[in-house]
Design a protein around this ligand. Structure first.
Ligand code: PLP
Length: 387
């Protein structure tokens, strides 16, 4: 990142790593379809299978349980389905249970009808209400089909980590299936699908330093899968048809390998985030941090500055060379009231700013942020004095 800009928006999309870029470039020069049986086709296939091993290793899964998609949104749209297959038999999920602070790709309910989706609340820190989940699943009518639960492992706005081992236990006790949206957690906290991470994980390449446009469904076992969303040529063992996005998948694999190697250095990222929060608190003791009373990802802080609308502050930061988010990145580029804050019973129209960093964040970028903040707060004081 050039010294005159600081990119502090890793939860929206992390910068492409050097290794991922090299893997993408290598794959782009390959002419063949990975399904072709000639030597060129087999070379392309090797890249995909290597990426599958790397993505599997990030969450301690078996490579044969990884299915590539175009991103986490497609993975969610595939998994959130009432119609599943177990071997040759059909299996029905009667209802979908999601949390109020989930990403829109989960909250939207996938292929469930709206009246088949139930939303579980979160507390003021944004943590899923386990008792409400247990009680709701207790009322599930098993004769109509299994309960499917989909919840994020870590929140994209607050960075709050859900108690997913406990959630997995509650879902298992209710005889349900758990889909864990691990998009923000992967590469930032250790995840082991063999140990209480749910039955299916959703991953996204561009949140861990890979290219945009690749994601994965990772299954804990090969017993059952949803009816495919995209049918056709039978790629990905029939679970996701269409010629694989070779370059994006190769980059995803390289990023997953680097993310796994980087897990041991997350305390460095936490130190950076903590330094930012200390600076914010020292600059204005009334700055409010959201979710900070819960366990959080090491890279995220979510805060509101009194007297400043998040939207206005974001523009001011951008003009001062700092890229951060007001709420989550939105496809339309609009900034609205945060759904997550609303679900937490917090925040007002002013909204909140999300700052998220990573291993490649430099001291220069942090310095630029501090200078920008000082300038923004000085202008706010000037306005207040003039008023
Ligand atoms: N889930 C979470 C928690 C996210 O933060 C995002 C992206 O913002 C997604 C899912 C969707 O990921 P993708 O961009 O790969 O579709």
């Amino acid at each position: 990142m050039a010294a005159d800009r600081a990119y502090l928006d890793f939860n929206a999309s992390a910068p492409l790593t050097t290794g991922a870029r090299a893997a993408v470039v290598e794959a782009l020069s390959m002419p063949a379809n990975p399904s072709s049986v000639h030597s060129e086709g087999r070379s392309a296939r090797r890249l995909i299978e290597e990426a599958r091993r790397d993505v599997a290793a990030l969450v301690e899964a078996k490579p044969e349980h990884v299915f590539f998609t175009s991103g986490a949104t497609e993975a969610a749209a595939t998994l959130l389905s009432p119609d599943w297959q177990m071997g040759r038999g059909a299996l029905r999920m009667a209802r979908l249970y999601v949390s109020a602070a989930d990403h829109p790709c989960i909250l939207g309910g996938g292929r469930f009808a709206p009246d088949q989706v139930e939303v579980i609340g979160v507390d003021r820190q944004g943590v899923v209400d386990l008792e409400a989940l247990r009680a709701t699943l207790g009322r599930h009518e098993r004769s109509e089909g299994l309960p499917l639960v989909a919840i994020h492992a870590a929140n994209n706005e607050t960075g709050v980590i859900q108690p997913f081992a406990e959630i997995a236990m509650v879902v298992r006790e209710a005889g349900g299936i758990l889909v864990l949206d691990a998009v923000q957690a992967a590469g930032r906290i250790p995840l082991d699908i063999t140990k209480a991470c749910g039955d299916y994980l959703i991953l996204s390449s561009h949140k861990i330093g890979g290219p945009k446009g690749a994601g994965a469904i990772v299954a804990a076992a090969d017993l059952m899968m949803p009816r495919p969303l995209i049918t056709g040529g039978g790629q990905e063992k029939g679970h996701r048809a269409g010629t694989e996005n070779l370059a994006a998948i190769a980059g995803f694999g390289a990023a997953a390998r680097e993310a796994r190697d980087g897990l041991g250095r997350m305390e460095e990222v936490r130190a950076l985030r903590d330094e930012i929060e200390s600076f914010l608190a020292a600059s204005d003791p009334d700055i409010e941090f959201f979710g900070s009373g819960a366990e959080r990802l090491p890279n995220t802080t979510y805060f509101s500055i009194p007297g400043l609308k998040a939207e206005t502050a974001q523009i001011a930061f951008d003009l001062a060379g700092v890229a951060l988010s007001a709420g989550s990145a939105c496809s339309s580029g609009k900034v609205g009231a945060s759904r997550v804050l609303k679900a937490m019973g917090r925040g007002d129209e002013a909204g909140a700013l999300r700052l998220s960093v990573g291993l490649s964040t430099s001291r220069e970028e942090i310095a630029l942020f501090k200078t920008a903040l000082a300038g923004i707060l000085a202008r706010r004081s000037g306005r207040e004095r003039a008023a």
